[in-house]
Design a protein around this ligand. Sequence first.
Ligand SMILES: CC(C)(COP(=O)(O)OP(=O)(O)OC[C@H]1O[C@@H](n2cnc3c(N)ncnc32)[C@H](O)[C@@H]1OP(=O)(O)O)[C@@H](O)C(=O)NCCC(=O)NCCS
Length: 156
Amino acid sequence: MIRRATPLDRSWLVDLGARAFAVLGDYRDILPAWLAQDNVTAWVDELAGQRRGFTVVGFFHGDEGENVADLLAIAVEPAWQSRGLGRTLLDHAVAMASATAQAGRLRELRLSVADDNVIGQRLYRTSGFHRVTGEFGAYPGGQRAVRMIYPLFRTP
Ligand SMILES: CC(C)(COP(=O)(O)OP(=O)(O)OC[C@H]1O[C@@H](n2cnc3c(N)ncnc32)[C@H](O)[C@@H]1OP(=O)(O)O)[C@@H](O)C(=O)NCCC(=O)NCCS
């Protein structure tokens, strides 16, 4: 079951994120800073009281003043990976952003992924995201950031 994260999930979420993204940088500071923002929401997948994975989505104004949703983080506990949970969590994030798109003219759900994260990029591509050309900076670990987007709403 996927549910909204509560403050009680925070230490588990930060711990999993820090482990999952260790090659990119130190997420023990980055994740709490995101979670403290009112425009950032997190969801947790839980089965029989066991937390298995999460997504973190922020809602921001883009460079051109447009409304965008940003999938800031997605991770699945290693013991539960490669069983379809990552795709289920991603589908849920897309559905949540799409529901917001209906109401708020949100243009896209975007994300950044490391250029060497083949598994992540394959997951996103096969879930309907496409890669955007351009320069999107680098992670503290040195990996180039790849930008991918899922279009939600097109103004006429
Ligand atoms: C990326 C991540 C969330 C995927 O979660 P998951 O539950 O393992 O993924 P799923 O089982 O739903 O598989 C989804 C797709 O990911 C890819 N994938 C998953 N495990 C894979 C593996 N061992 N080898 C290759 N591709 C794999 C496949 O494309 C798969 O789709 P398919 O089964 O239709 O081929 C998970 O691996 C993770 O937490 N990784 C560490 C954190 C991370 O990299 N997050 C993304 C950074 S932006």
